[in-house]
Design a protein. Structure first.
Length: 212
């Protein structure tokens, strides 16, 4: 699989998920930075690639896609790297369940509710108690589903690649670090994931920034 272009941002959770799939599938690709928070700087014709103006978007030899799920499945099926998909129906169902937990609960609460709010100068120390409670609940649910050593017993899957970028950003916030320390299985899982070459190759700018 050659001539792949991914449109997205290095700060984006969902762009990183798509990049992780490409890295784990050992597929080369070109990343074109798209800052969706600066609409005037969007590449020409970008809204033709993603009519909702989000990221990532994907192109392979003229075939265009958006939505991270669709990109991931296209790459997996196009490369035959089906090892990222559990073999059994219960395993595939659990993987999908974790992906949707990440999309619908973990991402909005852990990233936007905690990381973004707490790392903004005006938001530091101002998290609502309800947000902290919701974050704790999300982590509790995810740790209960963890089977070890990966999220699913059969090995690395899309469930791991979906969750790792979210918890990575979450852990960059003081409250995130404190809450995650209450869930040792998830914390140790994240440390193992972060040692993978795919995770190291796709680090967020905030992970690369000098300490202090």
């Amino acid at each position: 699989m050659n001539n792949i272009t991914l449109y997205g941002a290095t700060y984006s959770v969902f762009t990183r998920i798509a990049r992780l799939v490409l890295e784990e599938a050992e597929v080369g690709y070109r990343l074109i930075e798209v800052d969706i928070f600066d609409r005037e700087a969007l590449p020409p014709g970008y809204l033709d690639r993603h009519p909702f103006g989000k990221i990532p978007a994907f192109e392979h030899e003229g075939f265009r896609l958006f939505e991270t799920d669709a990109i991931a499945r296209y790459v997996i099926e196009g490369t035959g790297r089906t090892g990222l998909l559990p073999e059994t129906p219960p395993g595939r169902a659990r993987m999908t369940q974790i992906q949707r937990i990440v999309d619908n609960y973990a991402y909005p609460i852990l990233v936007w509710g905690v990381y973004v709010e707490e790392t903004r100068a005006e938001g530091a120390g101002a998290l609502a108690a309800e947000t902290v409670e919701q974050a704790h609940k999300v982590l509790a649910v995810l740790e209960e589903l963890w089977e070890g050593p990966f999220l699913l017993r059969g090995g690395l899957s899309l469930a791991d690649l979906w969750l790792a970028p979210v918890l990575t950003l979450f852990r960059c916030a003081p409250t995130g670090r404190a809450l995650l320390s209450e869930f040792p299985e998830l914390e140790s899982w994240l440390q193992r994931l972060q040692a993978r070459p795919s995770m190291r190759a796709t680090r967020f700018p905030t992970e690369l920034a000098p300490a202090g």
